[in-house]
Design a protein around this ligand. Structure first.
Ligand SMILES: *[C@@H]1O[C@H](CO)[C@@H](O)[C@H](O)[C@H]1NC(C)=O
Ligand SMILES: *[C@@H]1O[C@H](CO)[C@@H](O)[C@H](O)[C@H]1NC(C)=O
Ligand SMILES: *[C@@H]1O[C@H](CO)[C@@H](O)[C@H](O)[C@H]1NC(C)=O
Ligand SMILES: *[C@@H]1O[C@H](CO)[C@@H](O)[C@H](O)[C@H]1NC(C)=O
Ligand SMILES: *[C@@H]1O[C@H](CO)[C@@H](O)[C@H](O)[C@H]1NC(C)=O
Ligand SMILES: *[C@@H]1O[C@H](CO)[C@@H](O)[C@H](O)[C@H]1NC(C)=O
Length: 323
């Protein structure tokens, strides 16, 4: 559960260009825990919803001629874009996958002697059928499917590449370039953003790696995001072990909004996100001192508006008060 703070900040600080998404797999050596995170950065609302798909569903590639057909072997929970594309998800075996924009994609002209698979189900096919990255990779030659794309929103091409990860920390990136599939398979492929092609991203990362402790590229371009995320991921301290770390991780953040008079607090190491509106509290002379003992609550309860959760308190004694 603990996505390390530096990685989380790396994801949060993405901005700018439309069609910009990032994905990272963090491998905590101490308890062998794999955590995947992805951002969705898009020009408009993606009208997303979350689906739970059971095993045993009959599915097909949703193309006119020779659609790929399969029956889901595993259940999955996924997020859609416009309820037309499985864009991110995890199946019951812990195989996770993300579809991210890659403008350089070229799936080749439709060849109806290959089973066709609409891009909206491309990721879903892997989540439905495979428990591990190795199984998904082994299927590539066997099935020889062809991804078929269509515009998701008018004027924006819907072409992407896929990143898969499993419980063992194995990863794979699938890209179609000039009509041919390019696969990067191995534990080291933990970061994916957008253009250019993955081979080029790796080359750029090799350039930055030796100097990354002194300098990192700062723009929102996919290549710069790749380099930063890859650096933060390398540098992130191991889960549950902050001792001996020479970079102090972010633990929490606050935001104040003097327009609506609201106060936000979010944890960077737990999924805690709470807020308070000043209009729900009494700040007048004679009112009670109130306190929200964050540390005493289970993280699952620390969500949303905390107006009912403050308790009466005495003001604290400040450090140095004995002097
Ligand atoms: C997203 O939802 C909004 C509001 O329902 C709708 O106006 C818009 O057309 C939808 N966009 C797409 C691409 O489906
Ligand atoms: C493909 O699946 C759709 C539902 O997603 C179904 O309506 C259609 O009949 C199926 N086509 C084939 C050829 O099985
Ligand atoms: C179409 O796919 C079949 C099966 O993979 C292959 O043998 C054939 O060469 C392909 N045709 C073209 C024009 O690429
Ligand atoms: C798939 O086929 C290609 C070329 O035919 C080969 O290089 C590759 O090793 C094969 N991959 C697997 C996982 O069998
Ligand atoms: C960058 O800093 C980290 C943490 O101090 C260190 O482990 C790593 O060797 C350094 N990398 C380079 C290329 O100097
Ligand atoms: C906060 O108060 C609400 C309403 O009384 C309650 O449902 C919720 O469980 C409380 N949360 C905590 C962290 O106690």
């Amino acid at each position: 559960m603990l996505v390390r703070t530096t990685v989380a900040s790396g994801l949060l600080l993405l901005s700018g260009a439309a069609e910009a998404c990032s994905r990272v797999t963090y491998h905590a050596k101490v308890d062998d825990r794999i955590t995947n995170g992805r951002s969705m950065d898009f020009v408009a609302s993606t009208n997303s919803s979350i689906f739970v798909f059971p095993a045993g569903l009959n599915k097909n590639g949703s193309v006119a001629d020779n659609p790929l057909k399969w029956t889901s072997k595993y259940g999955s929970m996924i997020v859609t874009m416009y309820d037309k594309v499985s864009i991110d998800g995890m199946n019951t075996e812990g195989l996770t996958g993300s579809l991210l924009y890659l403008g350089a994609s070229d799936y080749g002209a439709r060849n109806t002697s290959r089973p066709g698979l609409a891009i909206g189900y491309w990721l879903q096919y892997y989540l439905d059928q495979f428990a591990t990255v190795s199984e998904a990779v082994a299927d590539l030659n066997k099935t020889n499917l062809q991804v078929v794309t269509a515009a998701l929103v008018p004027g924006v091409s819907s072409t992407g590449h896929i990143s898969l990860s499993d419980k063992s920390g194995d990863n794979a990136v699938f890209e179609y370039l000039d009509g041919a599939l390019v696969v990067h398979h191995g534990k080291q492929y933990q970061v994916m953003t957008n253009d250019p092609s993955y081979d080029d991203q790796l080359a750029l990362d090799r350039y930055w790696e030796p100097i990354s402790n002194v300098s990192l590229p700062g723009t929102s371009s996919p290549a710069d995001r790749y380099v930063r995320l890859s650096y933060y991921n390398r540098l992130s301290p191991d889960s549950a072990d902050l001792a001996g770390v020479d970079v102090w991780p972010t633990l929490w953040r606050t935001y104040q909004d003097p327009h609506d008079m609201a106060f936000f607090y979010e944890s960077a190491v737990m999924p805690i996100s709470v807020y308070m509106f000043y209009s729900d509290f009494n700040f007048k002379k004679g009112a009670e001192v109130m306190n929200l003992p964050l540390r005493e609550y289970n993280w699952e309860l620390l969500q949303g508006n905390m107006k009912s959760n403050f308790t009466k308190a005495e003001p604290f004694t400040p450090i140095g008060g004995n002097l």
